[in-house]
Design a protein around this ligand. Structure first.
Ligand code: ATP
Ligand code: MG
Length: 416
C-alpha cells in the first residue's frame, strides 16, 4: 500500500477529548476515528489489524470444529423475555428501539437466546449434536462508562461462539478444548506470557467460570495471580472456601490490574429448558440441550496490544498483527531513488512481505516519525546513500540500530 494514496493522515497533537492511551495513539496514527464516546470507526490500517486478529481467532475456532455464521443485530423482545433477560434490571446494557408499528426490539448485546431459537430448526436428534457455531459481530451495549478507548466500546467487535451438547460430559470435554484453543489465540496475538486463565464465579451450574485476563495497567479489572501455578482468580473467588478448592493460599497471590480479553461460560440446560429446546436421546426420550458460550473481545484485544506494547514514539505491533511487515521509506525523489524504491516494494510484495510504502513528498524526519507512530515491525530506507552502498537500510521498530542488508537477507528474515 502506497502512503501517497492512503487517505488517512497522522497527527502530532494528542486528541483532547480522549483520555485512553490506546485511542489517543490509534487516532493519531489514523487507525480509528472517534464518532463519539465509546464509538469508533476502523479506518484502513485499523481494519487490517482487526482482520488479522479475527483471522487468528477464526483459524483456532475452526480447529475446534466451530462453524462460522452471522446472527442478527435486531432482536425480538419475546425471545429475551422467555429467559428473563429482557428486563433492564437484569441486563443493564440494552439498547432498545421500536419498529414503525411500535413493536419493541432490542439491539443485540449477546446471542445465547438467538442461537437457541435458530438451532431449534436444525437439531432434532442426539445424532445432530454436538454443534459449535461462532460469529464475528458488532455488539451494541449501552455501557455506563466509556473511558477506556476501544477497550470498552458501546459498539465493538466480539467473537462469540456457542456450543450445543447432549449432556454435561460432552459439554465439559468441548469446554476444555476451547480453553486450549483460547490459549493458542492469545499466544499467537503476542499476549501469551501475560494472559491468565482466571477463575471467576460460575453461577448456578459449575463451581467456576473462566475469564481470560491479560495483565495490563489500563485494564478495568483486578486479578490475583498465582505465578507458580500459572493461574489467576478474580475478586469473586477470593473467599477462603474457593481458594481451598483450587489449592492456593491467599498470601501466594499477587494483585495486578488486568483486562478481560475473553470469557467462557457454561449455561447448562437452563436456557434450553426455558425456551423448550430439546432433542430426542438414544432411548427415544426428550432431553434438553446443554449450552456453552465463549467470547473474545476482538477490538478490546487490539486496545490491549496498544496499551502493552506502545512506547513514547507510538504504536508497536506484534508481527502477526501488524497491518504490514515493512515500512518502506523512500528518501528523496531522484529518479534512481524512485526506481529503486518502486522495485523493492514490488520485490517484497511478491515475496509475500506486506509493505507500507512511504512514497510521499515528505522530509525524512516526518517519514521516520510516522514509521514509528504507525508501529510497523521493520523500517527499510531507500536513499541515494543506500543505492551507492548497493544495500538497504533496515531497522527494527523496537531497536535503534540500523543495518545495511541485501534484498536476500530481508526476504530470508521476513518472507513466508
Ligand atoms: P466486562 O466485564 O469487561 O464488561 P463482560 O463480562 O460484559 O465484560 P462478555 O459479555 O463475556 O463480557 O463479552 C465477551 C468479551 O467481549 C469480553 O471478555 C471482552 O473481551 C469483550 N467485551 C465485553 N464488553 C466489551 C466492550 N464494551 N467493549 C469491548 N469489548 C468488550
Ligand atoms: Mg460488560
Amino acid at each position: 500500500m502506497r502512503l501517497s494514496r492512503l487517505f488517512t493522515k497522522t497527527r502530532k497533537d494528542v486528541p483532547a477529548d480522549e483520555t485512553a492511551k490506546n485511542a489517543q495513539l490509534l487516532i493519531q496514527a489514523g487507525y480509528i476515528h472517534k464518532e463519539m464516546a465509546g464509538v469508533y470507526a476502523y479506518l484502513p490500517l485499523g481494519l487490517r489489524v482487526v482482520e488479522n486478529i479475527k483471522q487468528i481467532v477464526r483459524e483456532e475456532m475452526n480447529i475446534v470444529s466451530g462453524q462460522e455464521l452471522i446472527m442478527t443485530n435486531l432482536q425480538p423482545r419475546e425471545r429475551w423475555e422467555s429467559t428473563g433477560r429482557w428486563d433492564d434490571e437484569v441486563v443493564d446494557v440494552w439498547f432498545k428501539t421500536k419498529l414503525k408499528d411500535d413493536t419493541e426490539i432490542g439491539l443485540a448485546w449477546s446471542h445465547e437466546e438467538a442461537v437457541i431459537e435458530l438451532m431449534k430448526q436444525h437439531v432434532n436428534s442426539y445424532k445432530d449434536l454436538p454443534i459449535s457455531v461462532y460469529q464475528f459481530q458488532t455488539k451494541l451495549r449501552n455501557e455506563l462508562r466509556a473511558k477506556s478507548g476501544i477497550m470498552r466500546g458501546r459498539e465493538f467487535v466480539m467473537k462469540d461462539m456457542y456450543s450445543l451438547s447432549i449432556d454435561a460430559a460432552q459439554h465439559d470435554a468441548y469446554y476444555d478444548s476451547v480453553i486450549e484453543a483460547y490459549k493458542k489465540v492469545y499466544e499467537r496475538v503476542g499476549l501469551g506470557d501475560d494472559t491468565y486463565v482466571t477463575f471467576a464465579s460460575g453461577g448456578a451450574f459449575t463451581e467456576f467460570s473462566h475469564e481470560f485476563q491479560t495483565v495490563c495497567e489500563a485494564g478495568e479489572d483486578i486479578i490475583y495471580l498465582h505465578r507458580g501455578k500459572n493461574i489467576a482468580i478474580n475478586e469473586e473467588v477470593l473467599a477462603d472456601e474457593s481458594l481451598a478448592k483450587l489449592g492456593i493460599k491467599r498470601d501466594e497471590l499477587e494483585m495486578v490490574k488486568s483486562s478481560e480479553v475473553g470469557n467462557i461460560f457454561n449455561f447448562g440446560i437452563d436456557k434450553s429448558k426455558r425456551m423448550g429446546f430439546a432433542f430426542t436421546n438414544e432411548a427415544g426420550e426428550k432431553q434438553f440441550v446443554h449450552l456453552g458460550s465463549y467470547g473474545i473481545g476482538i477490538t478490546r484485544l487490539m486496545g490491549v496490544l496498544v496499551e502493552k506494547f506502545a512506547d513514547d514514539k507510538g504504536l508497536v505491533w506484534p508481527a502477526n498483527i501488524a497491518p504490514a511487515q515493512v515500512y518502506l521509506a523512500r528518501l528523496g525523489d531522484a529518479p534512481e531513488v524512485i526506481a529503486a524504491a518502486d522495485a523493492l516494494d514490488e520485490q517484497l510484495n511478491s515475496a509475500g512481505i506486506e509493505t507500507l510504502y512511504d512514497d510521499r513528498d515528505e522530509r525524512p524526519g516526518k517519514k521516520f516519525a510516522d514509521a514509528d507512530l504507525l508501529g510497523i515491525p521493520y523500517r527499510i530506507v531507500v536513499s541515494e546513500k543506500t543505492i551507492a552502498a548497493g544495500k538497504y537500510e533496515l531497522k527494527k521498530r523496537t531497536e535503534t540500530d540500523t543495518q545495511l542488508v541485501k534484498l536476500e537477507e530481508v526476504i530470508k528474515l521476513l518472507g513466508r
